[in-house]
Write a protein that binds this ligand. Structure first.
Ligand SMILES: Nc1ncnc2c1ncn2[C@@H]1O[C@H](COP(=O)(O)OP(=O)(O)OP(=O)(O)O)[C@@H](O)[C@H]1O
Length: 467
């Protein structure tokens, strides 16, 4: 029979190994002496790194915020807080001082992961709000949690700018790398505008062949040209009447198309091809591009007068790399969306969190979203580990390194190397996909980008409705 002291230690170990709640015992300096095994998942650190760590350091490094142990040490009484963790979880923490006479010798904290309950609450609140919004006046503010989750100061300023500009009729140009969320923000601007009951018409300028621009923008009547739809067709400008016209990839418009667009923006009236009837096209314009529009103007590729007309409020959306603190928020929200879509309740293993947080995301939110979905669908069990996909990606990197070491390739300029790789990727995707949308999904890119690149390399997809 073990001694009473040993028995107590065994009992405590059993509690720590099996407790569903997270138990942490720290000394009077805030150093963690013992922790339940469940802490690794919620705080995203292996248990052996967690034990021995200083709670002051963990708080400073954002692993948990605020530290309940630090509070108890400062206030010398029991405390209760909601904690945010680096893994994006919301934890309800309570901690208690342990006294030896009048000396505070330990702090014991007990926490419960409330993330799922909170996201259910948020989902309920969101649904409730949507229900009310449908019956009442249009929404007037962005919901940072539901619409643009961010804890980045610059992004917060952008959200506040978007809120101020949304109800006005000012033209907005959304600038930023591919996949940062420009299209989504255009939709939010419409939702918050005075025109939210009107249509939101979206067009990808990069996918409209120059020869079809006029018929797409102004529409046409029956028999206007060979191949025209039998009953004619309203153009984008006409369809957007009373609402918002969102022109994505606006920098891809040819000089001719730019002139035609300028005309409709000045006149706010259109005449369908083959007709003489003049129709009003009263819409609010939102444009987007991942190119440097000012540079395009300086190089003479984009008309200065059109630039001034559309560029009333330019908004640059920062790349994900410039708001890395938002990545856990997005991972959490995307995981929640995947769980809802697939009717499951999967969670990320701590190593997966570390991997995702340590990786760079040149394709921004779109790449993160696609990558997470791949991991999600490939995970056999309820816990998503880095597993086969990440492993494969790492292997591929390692393989490339071995190739490079074994047989040095002839030197190319960086641009040539990138173009060769791009072309190969596009060709591989072309052989498997039936549309540029499918290709964009597979390649973690956007449809306009895929479309533009196919054109650049002289590659074609036959059955694409958008081509
Ligand atoms: N606030 C957000 N929350 C969750 N997902 C988002 C958010 N914003 C964007 N995404 C996702 O990221 C992806 C890219 O967003 P979006 O298409 O708006 O980017 P974009 O900047 O318009 O890209 P491109 O320039 O290539 O057209 C989309 O699949 C979208 O669902």
């Amino acid at each position: 029979m073990p001694s009473p002291d040993n028995l107590q230690a065994l009992e405590l170990d059993a509690v720590l190994a099996h407790s569903h709640d997270h138990v942490v015992i720290a000394d009077q300096h805030g150093r963690i002496l013992k922790a339940s095994e469940s802490c690794a998942g919620v705080y995203g650190l292996p248990l052996q790194e967690f034990i021995g760590a200083s709670t002051y350091d963990l708080e400073h490094n954002g692993v948990l915020s605020p530290s309940i142990t630090v509070r108890v040490l400062e206030q010398r009484r029991a405390c209760h807080v909601m904690q945010a963790t680096l893994t994006g979880r919301s934890v309800m923490a309570s901690a208690y001082p342990v006294w030896d006479g009048d000396r505070l010798v330990r702090v014991v904290s007990l926490s419960k992961d409330m993330t799922d309950i909170r996201s259910l609450q948020r989902e309920y609140e969101l649904l409730h709000r949507q229900l009310i919004a449908r019956e009442a006046a249009p929404a007037t503010a962005l919901d940072p949690d539901a619409d643009i989750p961010t804890c980045n100061p610059r992004m917060r300023e952008i959200v506040s700018l978007l809120e101020r500009v949304a109800p006005t009729d000012a033209s907005v140009v959304l600038l930023g790398e591919t996949g940062v969320g420009k299209t989504r923000i255009a939709g939010l601007l419409h939702r918050l505008s005075q025109r939210s009951n009107g249509p939101f018409v979206e067009a990808n300028c990069g996918a409209i062949p120059d020869t079809l621009f006029e018929s797409e923008m102004f529409g046409y009547v029956a028999g206007a040209f060979s191949g025209a739809a039998r009953n004619g067709k309203p153009g984008l400008a006409e369809r957007a009447h009373g609402g918002t016209l969102f022109l994505d990839e606006i920098a891809e418009l040819s000089a001719q198309a730019q002139t035609k667009l300028l005309r409709v923006l000045q006149d706010r009236r259109v005449t369908r091809l083959g007709s003489t009837d003049v129709r009003t096209a009263d819409f609010r314009l939102i444009a987007a591009t991942n190119r440097d529009l000012e540079a395009q103007v300086a190089e003479g590729r984009f008309r200065l007068d059109l630039y001034h007309r559309i560029n009333v409020v330019p908004v640059t959306i920062p790349a994900l790399a410039e708001r890395a603190e938002d990545i856990p928020l997005f991972i959490q929200r995307m995981l929640h969306q995947l769980n809802t879509r697939y009717g499951q309740d999967k969670t990320l293993a701590p190593e997966t969190w570390s991997y995702l947080l340590g990786r760079s995301w040149p394709g921004n939110l779109r790449e993160l979203e696609n990558y997470l979905e791949r991991l999600y669908v490939l995970a056999a069990g309820p816990t998503i580990s880095p597993g086969p996909t990440t492993g494969a990606a790492l292997d591929a990197e390692a393989g490339q390194k071995t190739d490079r070491e074994a047989a040095p390739r002839p030197l190319h300029t960086l641009r040539e190397a990138v173009e060769t790789a791009e072309r190969e990727c596009l060709q591989a995707a072309l052989s498997r996909c039936r549309s540029t949308y499918e290709m964009a999904h597979m390649l973690g890119s956007s449809q306009p980008t895929v479309f533009r690149k196919l054109r650049k390399y002289g590659l074609a997809i036959d059955t694409d409705p958008a081509a």
